[in-house]
Write a protein that binds this ligand. Structure first.
Ligand SMILES: NC(=O)CC[C@H](N)C(=O)O
Length: 197
């Protein structure tokens, strides 16, 4: 099976997500065809979506301007998988506590932007994640803190008493950047568990 994976490419770390989904697919003897999303009309043909890290105020502005935001919401309504990382999670949240981010409201969490690692902008931590046997090397870069999760949201990992990986229906969100390591297990958990079942 070839999976058509759309990476939101209006801004952010796009190519890394493409590589990560290809690695995860290969681990399942599948291939991923990666398409970059910069305009409307692409999302409806995608099996899965990746919403990368970057700058959430910019990403939010561009996806609304280009008519991509509604298409992402329809993708989620249809039960199709999404992995949203860092700024992608902020854009996906129900609340970003920032008027400049018009969120998609596809995962019921409230996030505080740039709240992790104020003293030290980025850090890596070995993270215990629900469903993974060994810790995941989680890279945090000016990461959002999740300070509220809705009742339908499953917390997959916490760091420093805060949820940092969450799932609601087809959407998995992380405060950290799984695409910046060689380890495919978060992409695997977001896509191949759900796509294959
Ligand atoms: N690494 C990231 O994606 C950082 C997110 C960024 N600080 C934002 O709020 O948009």
């Amino acid at each position: 099976m070839t999976l058509r994976a759309g990476v939101l490419a209006v801004q952010g770390d796009v190519s890394e997500h493409g590589d990560a989904i290809r690695r995860a697919a290969a681990a399942h003897d599948q291939t991923a065809e990666v398409v970059e999303i910069r305009e409307s009309g692409v999302v409806p043909d995608c099996d899965v979506l990746l919403l990368p890290g970057g700058e959430s105020t910019t990403i939010s502005r561009l996806i609304h301007r280009e008519g991509i935001a509604d298409e992402i919401q329809s993708h989620v309504d249809a039960g199709k998988p999404v992995l949203a990382t860092c700024a992608g999670l902020i854009v996906s949240a129900s609340d970003a506590q920032d008027d400049r981010v018009d969120t998609l409201n596809v995962i019921d969490v409230s996030v505080e932007r740039n709240a992790f690692g104020r003293q030290k902008d980025s850090f890596e931590a070995p993270l215990a994640v629900e469903g993974l046997d060994d810790p995941f090397p989680a890279v945090f870069i000016r990461a959002p803190v999740i300070d509220y999760v809705g009742t339908d949201v499953e917390v997959l990992a916490t760091w420093d008493d805060h949820p940092v990986a969450v799932r609601e229906g087809p959407v998995v969100g992380t405060s950290f950047h799984p695409e910046l390591t060689e380890d495919p297990r978060i992409h695997d958990l977001a896509f191949f568990d759900s796509v294959e079942s």
